[in-house]
Design a protein around this ligand. Structure first.
Ligand SMILES: Cc1cc2nc3c(=O)[nH]c(=O)nc-3n(C[C@H](O)[C@H](O)[C@H](O)COP(=O)(O)OP(=O)(O)OC[C@H]3O[C@@H](n4cnc5c(N)ncnc54)[C@H](O)[C@@H]3O)c2cc1C
Length: 326
């Protein structure tokens, strides 16, 4: 599905080049899952810790139910609060002064929105909507994060009401539209997320693998949603890693052997080499946009805008990136 991008800042509407694709996370997970052999995935195991076995040097994963696994290879995709990243000695992820409220609104008889990505920003509060199909609309609000309200936000109904209140200063036309979307949202789809990021300078220097353990996806490079590239970068990671592993012909060596461990290490090192600068650039651009959105200070806003203009003269350059074939 091809959508156009429309960013509306105050009354200024900016169209940009490029393509936007939206998909439901569940559809992506179901599609990937369907390709795996039965029994390949075990659900409901929460990782507690990981360490190397002192004799075999293999990674040992310990779960909160007391069970453990001696793994041949660990690729940690355990998100922005990754335990594997912690084990690798990466610095803790940081938090933006913003949170995101998101939801899906279903229109059984169809909606009247264009196929577009529309976004508006006022008083450091951004709201946006995206048409997913003829019946479904995704919407989001980026709001200033207020820590003392953490417990209050756990109730979806309260989240909905507070979000509506925070948006009351938006122009009438936009307020009416988003009000309708939020009022009719599927309560099960409503979520609030405090946005995390791995600092771009930590990405520049971090060690993302050790022996047969590595991180990818958000565990490696969690970034804010301001460029909408975090998940896309995770998919790029998967393509690049799979290609490197295939080129090193991992299938030709005995599973669990020292030769395999050596080849896996080699593939992880190559992966980090290929991915580092791509995720540094994405994260840096996202970081500056996030800080620009979150700061009330006029001076800081000017500095962030200048940094964006100097470092990213073409703000959509990141979409022209090709991570190569699988
Ligand atoms: C508001 C918002 C909007 C976004 N919009 C976009 C967008 O438009 N486009 C885009 O490309 N990206 C977007 N992203 C980013 C995208 O959601 C993430 O980059 C993506 O989900 C990362 O996938 P992941 O699999 O690496 O990590 P996650 O999606 O975080 O998955 C990690 C998994 O590991 C599991 N896990 C965590 N800890 C443990 C543990 N200890 N034991 C066992 N399991 C564990 C979790 O339960 C989860 O299932 C957005 C993010 C946010 C917050």
């Amino acid at each position: 599905m091809l959508l156009t991008n429309s960013f509306i800042y105050s009354s200024l509407r900016i169209r940009c080049d490029g393509e936007t694709r939206w998909l439901r996370r569940k559809d992506l997970i179901d599609t990937l899952y369907a390709e795996l052999p039965p029994g390949a995935v075990k659900f409901g195991f929460q990782l507690e810790s990981i360490k190397f076995d002192p004799y075999s040097s293999k990674p040992v994963l310990r779960f909160i139910d007391g069970s453990s696994i001696v793994a041949k290879v660990v690729i940690g995709c355990d998100g922005g609060k990754s335990i594997i990243a912690q084990f690798l000695g990466l610095k803790p992820t940081k938090i933006f002064p913003l949170c995101a409220v998101r939801g899906l609104t279903y229109y059984p008889n169809g909606h009247s929105y264009d196929y577009e990505f529309a976004k508006v920003m006022k008083d450091n509060i951004s709201v946006g909507r995206v048409t997913i199909d003829d019946n479904l609309v995704y919407w989001f609000c980026f709001l200033p994060y207020i820590p003392k309200d953490e417990k209050v936000w756990e109730d979806p109904e309260v989240t909905r009401q507070l979000t509506l209140e925070l948006l009351s200063n938006h122009p009438q036309e936009i307020h009416q539209e988003i009000h309708e979307l939020i009022e009719n949202a599927d309560m099960k789809s409503l979520s609030i997320t405090h946005m995390r990021y791995r600092a771009p300078w930590d990405l520049l220097t971090g060690s993302f693998c050790k022996g047969t353990v590595m991180v990818s996806g958000d565990a490696m490079h969690v970034m804010g949603p301001f460029l909408a590239q975090g998940g896309a970068a995770g998919i790029e990671d998967a393509v690049v890693l799979a290609r490197i592993m295939a080129q090193l012909d991992l299938n030709s060596v005995e599973s669990g052997s020292k030769v395999m461990a050596h080849k896996v290490e080699e593939s992880f090192n190559q992966f980090v080499k290929q991915r580092r600068m791509r995720v540094v650039r994405l994260s840096l651009q996202t970081y500056i946009i996030g800080m620009l959105s979150g700061t009330p200070s006029f001076i800081k806003k000017v500095i962030y805008i200048m940094l964006l203009v100097v470092l990213f003269p073409n703000p959509y350059n990141h979409v022209n990136y090709d991570c190569g074939d699988l």
